[in-house]
Structure formats: structure tokens, C-alpha cells
Design a protein around this ligand. Structure first.
Ligand code: TXA
Ligand code: MG
Length: 359
């Protein structure tokens, strides 16, 4: 069997970063030298999963499919491996990352579960729910991945390839979305390659992500239960499982998930939201055929039948596709706010926000 180290074109040699200092001083990774890596693109098989897992154990970076979007995984217990994620993404600030595990038992090692957290975990794991919980005393997840916080974000993905990779790596995997910072999240291996070729070691191609929008993030800390990020599980479903209404963190105004910057998911083109017509120089992102006058440039309908689940699955891929036409502006039809529409509208408003603060 080949040595793990030989599977990675880059094995970080920084072994003791001061995570608190890094989190506070947040250097701009864009100005840090990037060693070029050879990026291998592979179909999932027992051999490629094992090779990618060995690379992870040696501190490498692997893009993996999940049911929401592709994640850029590294060993969550290694400060150096996690630092590699920030560098590859050009993530300029140390937003905390989600640690991905295979089951609730493994999650209990890393965090404390209050009764509400327990019910949500039982209702939605494995699946597209991330819980922010008090870190356990002996939490192994690196301080850099946690941005020096006392809390930790955990998720048990349902995707069989992600599960196989975590299992084979034998360690929790920190994994933000596998895109360059501030860009549109990737829902296919080709999207990942377009953003991160030469910056990561492996991409495991598991086909198009089924849900297409990131996980819903719910905080279960001492202050109570609240929604930090609308996502793949509709708020309504969370409230049914809790048997109570779900507060929105910070009254919906303040940033509670540090990575929830106003500008995010930004295509090169500007977005014009709530459009009722399409200008001649604009591309169009439609919903349920609302934008009757179609432009000559480019037109895509998230769901001609008005299905929000279909719209979520198409969302990031369609934004990327329209952006690739090189238009200056994309007119976007209104999307209803219920169910997965809340997550789509959240991403749309961030994609349309001024670009002063990439995240
Ligand atoms: O679907 C997903 O969640 C994908 C896949 C790959 O699992 N991952 C993802 O990761 O979207 P990322 O890094 O793009 O978003 C993680 C979010 C950030 O907004 C971050 O600030 C928040 O989770 N977060 C992580 N730890 C936190 C903590 N301790 N407290 C509050 N927010 C936290
Ligand atoms: Mg992201």
C-alpha cells in the first residue's frame, strides 16, 4: 500500500498554530504564498475513498460530495490541516467551520447535547442539519476550526460518499463549502475544479448535490434554541420537531453565525432582485415562468412548475451558469419565502449585497 504522504502533493508542516491568535488577528490568506498541489479528480470507489482518507490523515485537502453542497474536507483535529482549508479558499477571516461526523455517538464526544439538541439530532441526523453546541471538555476539534469559540458546529451528513470518507479517515472532518471565498457554493465536482484546481489534493465526484443549498444551522446553547442560518431543512420542519417556535438569532438582524457575512455567494454579475421584467442587456434567473419577456442573453428557470425543492437543487448551478455568460447583470424573479424558499432568498440577498466583505 502506498504511504499516505506520497498520496498528497502537500503535507503541511505547521504543527502548532496559535488558534486564538490566528482567530483574532485574521491575516489575509490571499497574500499568503500558496503551494501548488496536484488535484486528482476521481469517482468514488473503495480504492479512491481509502486513498483520499489516507491523504486526509496526512493533513491533505479533499473535496467531497454531501447532500447539500460539496465540502472541502480536512482533519478537524489538526490545526495545520484546517489552516490549509482557509488558505485554499482564500478565506480572509477565520470563520468557524462545521465538523462532520458519522453518528450521534461520535458527536457526543465533541459536544454537549441539551434535550432540544437531542430531539433535533434524532429527528434530522443523518441529514442537512448543523447544530451549534457547547464544546465538550475533551473536544478534539481544533481551536482554529472553532475560531477559538467555546461552541462547536456539528453535522452528520447523509451522503454515502461523505460518510464513507469520514469513516475511512477515522477523524471528524472540518468542511466548509468547496468554493473560493465569497463565491457561489459548488453543487458539482466541475464547480469545485473550476474554483480550486491546483489548491487541493482530491475531488471525489459524487454527481450533482441532491439538495443544492447548505444545511440549516440551529444554535442550541445556554441562551436557548435559535436559527442561525436558514437552509436545507425548512424552519417549519424544525419547529414541528421542537414542538415550539424557533427564535431567529439576534432578532434576524445581527450576525450570529460569524460566517454569515452580508456579501457571500457572489457571482461576478450584479443581481437585480424581485424583478418583474428583463432588460435587454440582462440575463434572467426565473421562478415559475414569472419573467415573461425573455432576454436574448441567457435565461434559466429555477423551477418552471414552481417547486421550491427543485429550485433549491438548481440554484447555485444556475447562478454559475448565468454568470459564465459574462453579463453585467442578472434579473432575478421573486421566490416565495416559505419552505426552502427562505434559504434561497437568504442566499439571493447575500449574492446581491455590495462586495465589501467577502466571506
Ligand atoms: O451544508 C453545509 O453546511 C456545508 C456542507 C459542506 O456540510 N457546509 C457549509 O460550511 O456550508 P460553511 O463553512 O460554508 O458554513 C458554516 C457556517 C458559517 O456561517 C459559520 O460561521 C457557522 O457555520 N458556524 C460554524 N461554527 C459556528 C459556531 N460555533 N457558532 C456559530 N456559527 C458557527
Ligand atoms: Mg460557504
Amino acid at each position: 500500500m502506498p504511504l499516505a504522504a506520497s498520496l498528497c502533493s502537500f503535507a503541511p508542516d505547521m504543527n502548532s498554530l496559535d488558534a486564538h491568535q490566528l482567530a483574532r488577528n485574521a491575516p489575509n490568506m490571499e497574500s499568503m504564498p500558496q503551494k501548488r498541489r496536484t488535484t486528482r479528480l476521481a469517482e468514488p470507489s473503495p480504492e479512491t475513498i481509502e486513498a483520499a482518507a489516507a491523504c486526509l490523515r496526512a493533513g491533505g485537502l479533499v473535496a467531497m460530495p454531501t447532500e447539500t453542497v460539496y465540502g472541502l474536507a480536512a482533519d478537524a483535529t489538526s490545526e495545520a490541516a484546517v489552516a490549509g482549508i482557509f488558505a485554499a479558499k482564500d478565506r480572509p477571516t477565520f470563520n468557524p467551520l462545521i465538523a462532520h461526523l458519522t453518528d450521534l455517538e461520535a458527536a457526543r464526544v465533541e459536544a454537549q447535547f441539551a434535550p432540544e439538541a437531542e430531539s433535533l439530532a434524532r429527528a434530522f441526523w443523518p441529514g442537512p442539519l448543523t447544530l451549534v453546541l457547547p464544546a465538550a471538555l475533551h473536544c478534539r476539534v481544533s481551536l482554529l476550526a472553532r475560531a477559538g469559540l467555546d461552541s462547536i458546529a456539528l453535522r452528520i451528513p447523509a451522503h454515502p460518499v461523505a460518510r464513507a470518507l469520514i469513516e475511512a479517515a477515522g477523524t471528524p472532518l472540518a468542511a466548509p463549502s468547496a468554493n473560493r471565498s465569497g463565491r457561489v457554493s459548488p453543487t458539482t465536482a466541475a464547480h469545485v475544479l473550476a474554483d480550486l484546481d491546483g489548491r487541493i489534493d482530491w475531488i471525489i465526484d459524487g454527481g450533482a448535490a441532491e439538495v443544492g443549498i447548505e444545511s440549516t444551522i440551529v444554535s442550541c446553547l445556554a441562551e436557548g434554541v435559535s436559527l442561525l442560518r436558514p437552509g436545507a431543512i425548512p424552519r417549519e420542519a424544525i419547529e414541528r420537531a421542537l414542538g415550539a417556535p424557533l427564535a431567529i438569532a439576534g432578532g434576524g438582524k445581527q450576525l450570529s453565525a460569524p460566517g454569515q457575512l452580508e456579501s457571500h455567494y457572489a457571482p461576478r454579475a450584479k443581481l437585480r432582485l424581485h424583478a418583474t421584467y428583463v432588460g435587454s442587456d440582462e440575463a434572467a434567473l426565473d421562478f415559475a415562468g414569472a419573467l415573461a419577456r425573455r432576454p436574448t442573453k441567457a435565461y434559466l428557470d429555477l423551477s418552471p412548475s414552481g417547486d421550491l425543492v427543485e429550485a433549491a437543487a438548481n440554484f447555485f448551478a444556475y447562478l454559475r451558469a448565468l454568470d459564465s455568460f459574462g453579463v453585467g447583470r442578472i434579473a432575478v424573479a421573486p421566490v416565495p419565502g416559505h419552505g426552502l424558499g427562505a434559504a434561497i432568498n437568504d442566499r439571493l440577498s447575500r449574492a446581491a449585497a455590495p462586495r465589501s466583505a467577502p466571506g
